[in-house]
Unconditional design. Structure first.
Length: 207
């Protein structure tokens, strides 16, 4: 269903080859809509909701979404260069063959999101819930991943080299199956990772 309250075009649940660049989508609602080759460059939204939508070849470059939702959506070959998501819900959404240069996501719930193989190098992810997210083989080198709940996340073969991981839940991290060279962690995380390697951290009792 397409909510046309703000004049958003749509035909039979499908939007193709439209230029929505710079459009304000605040307050609009889309359910089970297919978007093909839609340009959303520099679009903005406060409270826009997409549920069960399919995006193919769409461009979200430099767009900004605040307090919005993309729930159980599928993104295929979409571009998110410089996109910003603030306090957004992306639960259950899947990204395939998408580009994410300089992506920023702050706050919100990205649990169960599918980002296997995604290149999130230098992305900024802060204060997110990403429980049971699929980050298999994802590249997060030099990314900022602070205060992110990654409990239950799949991190096998992920590249976290040089990433700032401080304050994130790394209980699912297997340092032997993930590239972590040069990553920054805090003391509590160091204890967690040591435990995953079978080590016991003891207080220094030397005089």
């Amino acid at each position: 269903m397409v909510d046309r309250t703000h004049g958003t075009p749509g035909t039979d649940g499908e939007v193709r080859h439209q230029d929505w660049s710079g459009r304000d989508l605040s307050g609009t609602t889309f359910e089970q809509v297919t978007f093909v080759d839609v340009d959303l460059t520099e679009a903005s939204s406060d409270g826009c909701v997409f549920t069960g939508c399919l995006f193919s070849g769409c461009r979200f470059n430099a767009s900004t979404y605040v307090r919005g939702a993309f729930v159980n959506c599928t993104f295929t070959a979409c571009a998110f260069w410089g996109a910003t998501f603030a306090a957004c819900k992306l639960m259950g959404s899947t990204f395939e063959r998408c580009s994410f240069g300089a992506l920023t996501a702050q706050g919100g719930d990205w649990s169960f999101v599918g980002l296997a193989g995604a290149d999130l190098s230098r992305a900024t992810l802060t204060d997110l819930r990403m429980r049971e997210a699929d980050l298999t083989g994802a590249r997060l080198s030099e990314a900022t991943v602070q205060g992110v709940d990654l409990s239950g996340a799949e991190l096998a073969r992920a590249d976290l080299s040089g990433a700032d991981l401080r304050g994130s839940d790394l209980s699912s991290l297997d340092p032997l199956a993930t590239t972590v060279r040069g990553a920054s962690i805090d003391l509590a995380q160091a204890v967690t990772i040591a435990g995953s390697l079978g080590l016991t951290v003891l207080a220094d009792v030397r005089p």
